[in-house]
Design a binder for this molecule. Structure first.
Ligand code: UGA
Length: 452
């Protein structure tokens, strides 16, 4: 996956500030710098700023470190909002909007940043909101500023693990503004990215972001339910989705069945839109169902483990992969995090491996054992649970499971392995929406060992 733009189309350099340096803010900052703009990057997290000043990436995101290094002359870092914004022509707000207990979006960081910007801004400027915010937020922000500050909604569609690539190669750019000079300025900024720009008003842009994420969440919950049905009918979800995806009205994307969606975005944005709709007297039943299905799906491996062991006390469980998806060290809303407490409460020993999340998981669960490789985590395991389809986990051969594990029983939440290959080996392989292979023979072996 190539992160850098194929055509380096330099244009008149703009002075840009990016406030909030999560994966969205930083991916945007390095991409604008890559197109020749001067970008002042601001975050209240001083540790992050120090890390960036040393030219290193504060979190793992493919392609980010390279672009930070190759654009040092155009990127600057500060935790002072005045420093960052005073000379900016365009300020991007990319602060987090986390979930409140009632499901709505917490706009504290956003309003704090906007208020601080208002206090230091002396000149005409465009304030672009990239954070995901409820419909009407940009209008409210606009009411805080004088007419010389134009507030724009510009939602992002970057996926973690490919944020830099997605920023540089967008499928579309959505811009919510009806102000002509602002439109001209943002057209200049974004046209080199070579994607269609869909112009609209702010409220429509805000809703578009939720509509996209919630549609993808719905698609996933639907296919996960069909997968659950496949298991009951002893049919194969992969053949079903192959055929479904060939219908161009459906398409192949987001049809990979598994243990539900994780990450901060889908979970937060489904709840926020449901809540928002409720506030307007409308019950969004499809989205509500998607949320419910996902809650069940995230614990699928826990439901399944009971088929193999009625009592987990003293069992050694290899947990392979923890991140909510590969190529990120993010554990937010990951199925692994929903399941680990159950294993530990049941008296099992969880031996975990993830190429990027070891430190993060140790902070959350000090009592889990962390191994340096999948192969080490599998030693003497009574069962293996696969939560993330990291490439190195997908490359484990059936022989490794058989040689390393006490009982080679694999619960694969991400369908990492070819079912026919697994069928030809003496192990139990239980994946999502596909027939279980090897069940009886191994169960007998497991039972026998149990009784010894
Ligand atoms: C998602 C959207 O894809 C982005 O377009 C959006 O900008 C972003 O949220 C956001 O709002 O910031 P992200 O959460 O980073 O991006 O990751 P996805 O690649 O969408 O995956 C989300 C979850 O769905 C993961 O747990 C992944 O494993 C799961 N998934 C995805 C499946 O189970 N099957 C699939 O076919 C695709």
């Amino acid at each position: 996956m190539k992160a850098t733009p194929t055509v380096f189309n330099r244009q008149v350099s703009k002075k840009i500030a990016v406030v909030g340096l999560g994966y969205v803010g930083l991916a945007a900052a390095v991409s604008f710098a890559e197109y020749g703009h001067c970008v002042s990057c601001m975050d209240i997290d001083t540790e992050k700023i120090e890390c960036l000043k040393k030219c290193s990436s504060p979190f793992y995101e493919p392609g980010l470190a390279d672009l930070l290094r190759s654009n040092t002359s155009r990127l600057s870092y500060t935790s002072d909002i005045k420093d960052a914004c005073i000379n900016a022509e365009i300020i991007f707000l990319a602060v987090q909007t986390p979930e409140l207990p009632d499901g709505s979006a917490d706009l504290t960081y956003l309003y704090e940043a906007a208020t601080n910007i208002r206090a230091v801004l002396k000149k005409t400027c465009i304030l672009v909101v990239k954070s995901t915010v409820p419909v009407g937020t940009c209008d409210q922000l606009a009411s805080l500023f004088d007419d010389d500050i134009e507030v724009v909604s510009n939602p992002e569609f970057l996926a973690q693990g490919r944020a830099v690539y997605d920023m540089l190669h967008p499928a579309r750019i959505v811009i919510g503004t009806v102000n002509e000079p602002t439109r001209t300025c943002l057209h200049e900024l974004y046209s080199p990215f070579g994607a269609p720009i869909v112009w609209m008003d702010r409220r429509t842009a805000e809703l578009t972001k939720y509509a996209c994420n919630d549609f993808l969440a719905l698609k996933l919950s639907y296919i996960n339910e069909i997968a659950n049905l496949c298991e009951r009918f002893e049919t194969n979800i992969e053949l079903v989705t192959e055929a479904m995806g060939l219908d161009s009205r459906i398409g192949h994307h987001f049809l990979k069945a598994g243990i539900g969606y994780g990450g901060s975005c889908f979970s937060k944005d489904t709840k926020a839109l449901y809540r928002m709709a409720n506030d307007y007297g409308y019950e969004l039943r499809t989205v509500h169902s998607a949320i419910e299905v996902n809650e069940y799906q995230k614990k699928l491996l826990i439901h399944k483990i009971k088929k193999y062991y009625a009592n987990l006390c003293g069992k050694r469980i290899a947990v392979l992969g923890l991140a909510f998806k590969p190529e990120t060290d993010d554990l937010r809303e990951a199925a692994s995090i929903a399941c680990l407490p159950f294993l530990m409460d049941a008296g099992a020993t969880a031996v975990v491996y993830d190429p990027k999340c070891a430190e993060n998981v140790q902070r959350l669960f000090p009592s889990v054992f962390i191994e340096k490789s999948s192969e080490d985590a599998l030693i003497d395991a009574d069962i293996a649970l696969i939560f993330t389809e990291w490439r190195e986990i997908c490359n484990i051969t059936p022989e490794v499971f058989i040689q390393r594990m006490r009982h080679p029983i694999i619960l694969d939440g991400r369908n990492c392995y070819d079912i026919e290959t697994m069928r030809n080996h003496k192990l139990i392989y239980d994946s999502v929406g596909r027939p279980v292979t090897g069940c009886l023979k191994i169960n007998e072996k497991a039972e026998k060992k149990e009784n010894e």
